[in-house]
Ligand binder design. Structure first.
Ligand code: PMP
Length: 442
């Protein structure tokens, strides 16, 4: 037993893999075994491992200024430059950026920015947030309350009721549709539920609707065509803001610069970024709001004084330097166009698994996908089969992740090549064959 309380783990079992180094899309364990990292760690290492430019950006910044903060009148150039670059890139007008350390704390910040904004415009009663079933927004008390997965609530006494989180349907056709229901009917039904929820609660009490353009941790849910269009129509009708949690989908993952652009979401009011912002080389996140939200916030802070929110590491200079270099590389090397092309190749290759007797559905967009397994009758058995498939892949030299107890997730670095996708598919097919044999013996 080590002295670590392991995150998102069964605390009774100890890890079976010690990762020691990484290079490109591969990592190596402490015995020298090589693995294709088909999950980019936790959906984050977009430029792969051992990228010399990112290493140099970090080490140069460490030598120059290893720490400085942004509280009460201080700033630094690399932070200003990064905020400017993010503001230029995002699909939100006159965007303003607050830096944090993780996706979870960035979502907490956005909850506070929403409250601050509605207090500033004299609507303190407009504080509730609509979040979806099966969404993932983090694990701090507030962000876990936004999250719609029981595992993140059970025994933590969450969601925290004072936050006023309302829950609406996940746009998950495979699991959520009724017998014989078409995709169009499914979208009509769940968006009608959304509208009814708004009417029942009172539109004047609801601040925002939060969504991951495509979900990750809850099983890579790609909403059916037309879903976001309908959702946005409803939100506009009742003056409710759209908040895009782009912690996974931001910066190329869906084959476009942002998940909003890939999914037809028009000018989101609020955005959350982390992970691929620094290619996972160093913790940094960004909470982004529109200029329209920011203007009354500054006006009111003249009245209320200090904006009483900030982390010791908000805008850590090393995080900012690495993130700035990451964004420069994305643009210079046309990484998003590559992700689009190679993403289509990955999706096509994965679709060939559809005939496999253990595969229920293959879904995804760009360079993110899930392979849903169907071999067993109970949820516990399915989870066991998925865990087996993940271990089988690992034995064969590929790292993937079991998500939602039903699926294997894929989210390789954006720099992955066709050859490496072929290798991934080859290993996956062997792992699924072994899994089928395992499931048949259950
Ligand atoms: N939002 C989304 C969409 C995420 O996928 C995650 C992490 N998987 C988070 C928020 C939380 O980020 P972090 O783990 O950095 O706190």
């Amino acid at each position: 037993m080590t002295s670590i309380i392991y995150p998102a783990s069964n605390l009774k079992s100890q890890p079976n893999l010690v990762i020691e180094k990484g290079d490109g899309v591969y990592v190596f364990d402490n015995k020298g075994k090589k693995y294709l990292e088909a999950m980019s760690g936790l959906w984050c290492t977009s430029l792969g491992y051992n990228n010399q430019e990112l290493i140099d950006a970090a080490s140069q910044q460490l030598s120059k200024l290893s720490y400085s903060h942004m509280f009460g009148g201080k700033t630094h150039q690399v932070g200003i430059d990064l905020a400017e670059k993010i503001s230029d890139m995002v699909p939100t007008k006159d965007a303003k950026v607050f830096f944090g350390n993780s996706g979870s704390d960035a979502n907490d910040t956005n909850i506070k920015l929403l409250r601050y904004y509605f207090n500033a415009i004299g609507k303190p009663q407009k504080y509730k947030i609509i979040a979806r079933e099966r969404s993932y927004h983090g694990v701090t008390v507030a962000s876990a309350s936004l999250t719609g997965l029981p595992v993140n609530h059970t025994n933590f006494d969450l969601p925290f009721s004072a936050l006023g989180i309302l829950r609406t349907d996940a746009p998950h056709y495979y699991h959520g549709s009724r017998e014989g229901e078409t995709e169009v009917e499914f979208v009509d039904r769940i968006t009608a539920n959304l509208e009814q929820l708004i009417i029942d609660e009172g539109p004047d009490t609801i601040a925002a609707f939060i969504a991951e353009p495509v979900t990750g941790a809850s099983g890579v849910i790609v909403p059916p065509r037309g879903y976001y269009e309908k959702v946005q129509e409803i939100l506009a009708k009742y003056n409710i803001l759209f908040w895009a949690d782009e912690v996974i989908t931001g910066f190329g993952r869906l084959g476009k610069d942002f998940g909003c652009n890939a999914m037809g979401i028009q000018s989101p009011d609020i955005l959350t970024f982390a992970k691929q912002l620094s290619s996972g080389y160093i913790p940094i996140s960004a909470s982004v709001i529109s200029g329209e939200m920011y203007a009354p916030i500054i006006e009111s802070s003249e009245k209320v004084g200090v904006f009483g929110h900030g982390y010791t590491y908000s805008g850590h200079p090393v995080g900012c330097a690495v993130a700035l270099k990451t964004l420069e590389i994305y643009q210079r090397d046309n990484v998003f166009a590559h992700a689009n092309e190679i993403g289509q190749y990955m999706q096509n290759q994965l679709q060939t698994l559809n005939g496999h007797s253990i595969v229920g559905e293959v879904r995804g967009k760009g360079l993110i996908a899930a392979v849903e397994l169907v071999a067993s009758s109970t949820p516990a058995q399915t989870a066991d089969v998925v865990a087996f498939a993940m271990r089988a892949g690992q034995e064969l030299g590929m790292i993937t992740r079991a998500v939602a107890g039903t699926s294997l997730a894929f989210c390789p670095p954006l720099i992955i090549t066709k050859y490496e996708i072929d290798e991934m598919l080859f290993i996956l097919k062997s792992a699924l064959d072994k899994t089928l044999q395992y499931a048949q013996k259950m």
